[in-house]
Design a protein around this ligand. Structure first.
Ligand code: ADP
Ligand code: MG
Length: 338
């Protein structure tokens, strides 16, 4: 892309992390100003948007027939173009002050997205008021955001476990040398917990309860002190509300399939890495980002399964947005874009 006409971002320009679970907006010189779930509630009949972000997420699984809560980016693809556009528009308007000229936008999108979907996201941002849109691959933004020196001729590896997708990439000289995007991440962990509760306890729980269990007692590696939690749901046989107690051991077992799939994806990416870069990784290891990297012990498990040093980013949920923020101030990082 010709960047000459894009030089010099203005202070109202923004970076967006359009995540499958959360959208973050970074305003140049101000930092992250918005952080909301990527959820939109619409009227089923008129398709009118009723709520966006946190307000809409609170409705997930609790809507009467006439309201539907949608996660338009759910699997790392644009499930619904109109809804994605409404969501982006709402977020961009929310951070813009009325005096601003139309902002230019750097937008980080899942690397597994097709060219058509990427075009749809860009068009959405334009109709939402952006004067210009530059798409960047999410793993690259994440790597920049966690402070990896991606422009050096060495291996910079990032593993970003989000809601809908896990993105793995090895970056050298500013470009992705090998990468992989799989549709197994936080949502699949939640689904595995829903499934386990039904199978082991005849207990029907919603996705939000499953997510809460994952965050409170979920783990990928044995804990020094195992945890327990009270879970409420509906008995699938009696049909009535019921309470049970689960342990972190059980939840770890329930999570093992999707966790193993993530381990396999990391290993297969490493297997495709050119040897000089593999050699770099022996000492440098990789950095984890995304909300899924907060699962207890996932770093330890991945380190054991790959033999590499693993660190979790200091603020994994903000890595991609921070990366777009750094790009707003360092245009050369945008040099060869998607
Ligand atoms: P995306 O970039 O796809 O929007 P995020 O990086 O925002 O995703 O991460 C969202 C995912 O992280 C969700 O599946 C959420 O349940 C999970 N998550 C957030 N906090 C934690 C935590 N403390 N432990 C485990 N998972 C977490
Ligand atoms: Mg993300």
């Amino acid at each position: 892309m010709a960047l000459k006409n894009f030089l010099g971002f203005l202070s109202n320009d923004i970076g967006i992390d359009l995540g499958t679970a959360n959208t973050l907006v970074y305003v140049k010189d101000r930092g992250i100003v918005l952080r909301e779930p990527s959820v939109v509630a619409i009227d089923a009949v008129s398709r009118r948007v009723l709520a966006v972000g946190a307000e809409a997420k609170a409705m997930l699984g609790r809507t009467p027939g006439n309201i539907i809560a949608i996660r338009p980016m759910k699997d790392g693809v644009i499930a619904d173009f109109d809804v994605t556009e409404a969501m982006l528009s709402y977020f961009i308007k929310k951070v813009r002050s009325s005096s601003w000229a139309n902002p230019r936008v750097i937008i980080a999108i899942p690397s597994g997205i097709t060219a058509v979907e990427r075009r749809a996201v860009m068009d959405s941002a334009i109709s939402a008021g952006a004067s210009k849109v530059i798409p960047v691959a999410e793993p690259k933004a994440a790597a920049i955001g966690v402070g990896l020196p991606i422009e050096e001729p060495s291996a910079n590896m990032i593993v970003d476990i989000g809601g809908g997708t896990t993105e793995i990439a090895v970056i050298s000289l500013g470009g992705m040398v090998v990468s992989k995007s799989i549709r197994i991440a936080g949502d699949e962990l939640d689904a595995a917990i829903v499934h386990y509760m039904k199978r082991a306890y005849n207990l029907i729980i919603g996705d939000r309860t499953a997510e809460e269990i994952k965050i409170r007692v979920g783990s990928a590696y044995p804990l020094d002190e195992e945890l327990t939690m009270e879970v409420k749901g509906r008995d699938s046989v009696a049909g009535l509300p019921k309470t049970i107690h689960v342990t972190s051991q059980e939840i770890r077992e329930a999570l093992s399939d999707p966790i193993n799939a993530i381990v396999d994806a990391v290993r297969s990416t490493l297997e495709r890495c050119p040897p000089e870069l593999s050699a770099d990784l022996v000492d440098r290891g990789f950095v984890m980002a995304g909300g899924g990297s907060l699962i207890r012990g996932i770093d330890r498990l991945l380190s054991e399964k790959t033999g590499l040093p693993v660190t979790v980013a200091e603020d994994p949920l903000s890595a991609v947005a921070n990366g777009t923020g750094i790009m707003l101030n360092n245009l050369h990082l945008l040099s060869e874009e998607m």
